[in-house]
Design a protein around this ligand. Sequence first.
Ligand SMILES: Nc1nc2c(ncn2[C@@H]2O[C@H](COP(=O)(O)OP(=O)(O)O)[C@@H](O)[C@H]2O)c(=O)[nH]1
Ligand SMILES: [Mg+2]
Length: 242
Amino acid sequence: MQITVIIPTYNEAENLPKLVSALFSLPLPGLKLLVVDDNSPDGTGKIADELVAQYPDRVSVLHRPGKGGLSTAYIEGFKILLRQGAEAIGQMDADFSHEPAKLIQMAKALESADVVLGSRYVPGGSVDVRWPLWRKWLSGFGNFYARTILGFPLRDVTTGYRLWRRKVLETMPLDGVKANGYIFQVEMAYIAYLLGFSFTETPIYFPDRRWGKSKMSFQIQVEAAVGVWKAKWKYRNLKPAK
Ligand SMILES: Nc1nc2c(ncn2[C@@H]2O[C@H](COP(=O)(O)OP(=O)(O)O)[C@@H](O)[C@H]2O)c(=O)[nH]1
Ligand SMILES: [Mg+2]
């Protein structure tokens, strides 16, 4: 299956070229990338253009006028790639929190599942060893909370490292997904689950970003906690098509 991975970027000038060469050194010859850059002040967009020039058949870039958030970056990217006929679409952060080499295992897993999650909360998965206890607890609890309230069996519902088969994204009501932050990830997984698609979780280690600043905040976590209930209500009637 040919895979195109969407990489949303906001101020990733340091990371992006390193990530792209790491990805292209993997034994995944069909791998393509779509960078979605939101006019990053640090010039990531220009670097993305240079990468397009370097790998014209493998890298493309969507330039957006300003910071529009991760979720709209993905939704726009999904739509573009679906229109272009992509067979499978990936999601990956630009900051090396998602280890490029894991993509090999995840691509393999996609042969027998509709959605593959890079998961920190299955055996073998873990978060950054340097995370303080409260942050580990918060992330673990957040996943337990979402899983319990929504009543679905996935272990890592907030992970941003994912692969989707085309048919899943094609079937999902993408235009209705407005949530941002963690809840975007929760909502996407929840919709696919309700629609009856199959999941595999591949264990990943999730280290903190190597360069640049994290945008994680307490407010984002609180919004996510409320957002889980909103999602439960919003999709109360969603069922697999007969
Ligand atoms: N295009 C775009 N990318 C974004 C935006 N916000 C974050 N990103 C990218 O999304 C990915 C995850 O963001 P990051 O800051 O690492 O989030 P954290 O790991 O939760 O702190 C990174 O590749 C960011 O560059 C945005 O508004 N637009
Ligand atoms: Mg990050």
